[in-house]
Design a protein around this ligand. Structure first.
Ligand SMILES: [Zn+2]
Length: 752
């Protein structure tokens, strides 16, 4: 440590004025100057792979060190880089301040750099906001600190508190973390390098911004030489010294998960524990990080910069993967924000829980709900929901309403039940983000007007997956204490029943029903997995958030995509957004093949019904479909619907108009598709869906693109087309009773 004389500082302090002289003699409270708490933890994944070594006192990694344990070059580098008049000023640097004010007057903006080491220390201890009044208080405290502490004490305080990135607080921690050596053994080059870190934009990823950090090191070394701290020989040696970063820096895995876990530990746990084996599967985590990056890369043009993925093991609540953002170290896109814990509007993802309550209150999957223009709410605050496809579909069975995610039926059901019921159930399922009263959200709660987190959604879906049992998430498998004993990990509380197993099973059956969601997602949508899987997508207002959450019997996967600054995406829908990533994560978790079926609880029956009325079929009904009922809720009535003349007319009403006899149900007019090099080829194929209600039914239908016949197909009249960039007009053409019948034209765009 260099010796620093204090006479100049004291003289300047005296000159500040007698008025403040008395107050400056008040010592800075001891508690403010006490060493930082010590962290000492080794965090491992479920199989013992290292995630992060949190600074350990026993390894000397965050020990508070005095000046004998700090290499003199550390102090010299600090003074050269931050405050070269530190040995002489009295806490504020009048020269630097004058220069900054001058620059501000000439340039019209405040140039930083006028802060002395003492002022920076004050800021570090007190965390003032950056306002003018707090700058004055800061200056006063800096003067006071200079009066009551020695220059050496100030330097020791400063060097033990500075954040060097990666949770390394203090010079000793930084020296051990970045260079595997104590601060006393740092070379001039290493001292300059560490001094550059706290302000360097690349400090969070020195292994990637090596050139930038090296330039900063070199600049500090040259300044040290100019101030006479380094001989020209020593400067030459230091400049040519390679930077050898320790491998600790690279062991910084699953950062959002680790931060989340650390934040949940009590201070006692942080101090007493030596090792925590977590629930995380690092191999899975790393694969999902890569998948997220790949999908976002392909969606950059859609103004989509971020995403988050959670994987929960249903039976235990164990978090197997938590990817909170695309890149933790990307400061430009707030990479340190954990997207799994951020508040977002959930779009349609709460609808399954709304319908589960409907089933609980006596509705069935066959109950007809009218999808028609309606107003809900009070006179003062009424609203008229619309569907994603901007059409109404008439009376629809609950199964279709949920699978196709129509808005009006979801609101109608919640209106019937009362929003209070959904609100209370959500709170029971750990949705603590919903902080307002139920009346604040109203029936819009089912359309996602309340902000929730991806983790809350994932837990709720995991409860559906396990037959209605809610479990809080688990992060820890086992823990060892510093004294060598195992720390007992408390047994998780018994799961809470939030839905009956029969209700949960019916909702699962609907969410896993490929056929029921064809109108919304097409025949080969990304949710159509090669094993039993339930899934629901959601898109918040103006495309700000895109969600897909779903589960197999074993795992729940929750995916969010969007921007942390809330900027809207450009037309990202189920086929391009979170859905394909959800699919790829599911394919990592489960083997293709028959897969595990969802275990069916007792008390359910399968009964044939009329698809139009949902009642028991009569001879006049056009078809019979099988529906799942809780025993005792099978409809009593036989269908009395008039099926003659206009077949299925009730379920085909389109925004009040009668239906066309030949029409395209997928794609919809205005749909935009994106060809995506990262995705599997099956997403690159558009599978057109037709609905033919003409009688007699034609044997074939022609698909036309831009007026050119492209395919002639028989029932069920679907058509596969490999996507090519461009704008197209598609229509259908059929011959019915010798007359040409054409569908409405549907315009689509295909982007690369
Ligand atoms: Zn019928």
């Amino acid at each position: 440590m260099i010796r620093i004389r204090k006479r100049a500082g004291l003289a300047a302090a005296a000159a500040i004025g007698l008025a403040t002289a008395g107050s400056l003699a008040i010592p800075i409270p001891r508690i403010r100057l006490s060493p930082l708490p010590v962290l000492s933890l080794n965090l491992l994944d479920r199989d013992g792979r290292p995630l992060r070594e949190v600074l350990s006192d026993e390894g000397g990694r965050s020990r508070w060190v005095g000046s004998p344990d700090i290499a003199p070059d550390v102090v010299r580098a600090l003074i050269a880089a931050e405050d070269r008049r530190f040995p002489f000023h009295s806490g504020i640097d009048v020269f630097a301040l004058g220069r900054a004010v001058g620059q501000a007057l000439i340039g019209g903006k405040v140039v930083s750099g006028a802060s002395t080491i003492t002022q920076q220390l004050v800021r570090n201890i007190y965390h003032f906001p950056r306002t003018l009044p707090s700058k004055v208080v800061e200056a006063w405290l800096a003067l006071r600190m200079e009066v009551t502490l020695s220059k050496e004490e100030i330097l020791v305080q400063y060097l033990n508190r500075v954040a060097y990135g990666r949770q390394a607080y203090g010079i000793e921690a930084a020296a051990r973390f970045y260079f595997d050596k104590p601060a006393r053994d740092l070379s001039p080059s290493e001292a300059a390098y560490l001094t550059a870190l706290p302000r360097a934009p690349g400090r969070l990823r020195p292994e990637r911004d090596a050139a930038g950090l090296r330039r900063r090191r070199d600049a500090i070394l040259r300044r040290m030489a100019r101030l006479g701290f380094l001989s020209s020989d020593a400067l030459g040696r230091a400049l040519s010294e390679p930077v050898r970063i320790s491998k600790n820096v690279r062991d910084f895995r699953a950062p959002h998960f680790v931060e989340y876990l650390l934040a949940r530990l009590t201070p006692e746990e942080r101090e007493s524990l030596a090792e925590i084996r977590t629930t995380l599967d690092l191999i899975l985590q790393t694969k999902i990080e890569r998948l997220l990056d790949g999908h976002l890369r392909s969606l950059e043009k859609k103004n989509l910069s971020n995403g988050a993925v959670l994987v929960l093991e249903n039976a235990t609540g164990a978090v197997r993967a938590m990817v909170g953002s695309r890149d933790f170290f990307d400061e430009a896109h707030d990479g340190q924000v954990n997207g799994a814990l951020s508040l977002r509007q959930p779009g349609s993802t709460l609808k399954p829980l709304t319908y589960a309550l409907g089933l609980e209150k006596g509705m069935t999957a066959a109950t007809l709900i009218d999808d028609a223009p309606s107003e809900f709410g009070s006179l003062e605050a009424s609203f008229a929901p619309e569907n994603y496809d901007e059409r109404f579909h008439g009376p629809v069975r609950l199964r279709s309403a949920l699978a196709s995610s129509y808005n009006v039926p979801a609101v109608a059901v919640l209106d019937l039940l009362g929003p209070e019921l959904l609100f209370r159930r959500l709170r029971d399922m750990g949705f603590s983000s919903l902080q307002k009263e139920a009346s604040f959200y109203g029936v819009g709660l089912t359309l996602g007007n309340g902000e929730v987190t991806l983790l809350e959604l994932a837990r709720a879906y995991a409860a559906l997956a396990t037959g209605g049992l809610f479990r809080p998430e688990r992060l820890v498998e086992a823990a060892a204490r510093k004294d060598g004993r195992m720390q007992a990990v408390p047994d998780p509380p018994p799961p809470a029943r939030v839905f009956s197993s029969a209700v949960a099973y019916i909702v699962t059956d609907i969410l896993a029903d490929h056929d029921a969601r064809i109108p919304a997602f097409g025949y080969r949508g990304p949710l159509n997995l090669p094993f039993p899987a339930a899934a629901k997508t959601g898109t918040s207002k103006d495309f700000r958030d895109n969600w897909t959450i779903g589960y197999t019997p074993r795992f729940t996967v929750a995916v969010w995509m969007g921007n942390f600054d809330g900027a809207p995406m450009h037309n990202v829908s189920g086929i391009t957004g979170a859905g394909p990533l959800f699919r790829d994560v599911m394919l990592l978790l489960e083997e293709p093949g028959p897969g595990l079926p969802f275990p069916e609880p007792p008390g359910l029956v399968r009964v044939g019904i009329c698809p139009v009325s949902g009642d028991l079929p009569s001879p006049a009904c056009p078809a019979t479909i099988t529906e799942l009922f809780i025993d005792g809720t099978v409809p009593d009535d036989t269908c009395r619907h008039d099926h003659r003349g206009a077949p299925d007319s009730a379920s085909l009403r389109v925004a009040g108009r009668t239906s066309d006899p030949v029409r395209i149900i997928f794609p919809a007019d205005g749909d935009v598709f994106k060809i995506d090099p990262v995705l599997r080829p099956e997403y690159q194929t558009l599978r057109g869906q037709a609905r033919i209600d003409a009688r007699p039914m034609p044997k074939t239908v022609e698909w036309h693109i831009d007026g050119v016949r492209t395919a002639v197909v028989g029932p069920p009249f679907a058509w596969s087309w490999k996507l090519r960039p461009g704008s197209y007009t598609i229509h259908l053409r059929a011959i019915v009773e010798g007359k040409i019948v054409e569908s409405r034209r549907v315009k689509i765009r295909v982007l690369t």
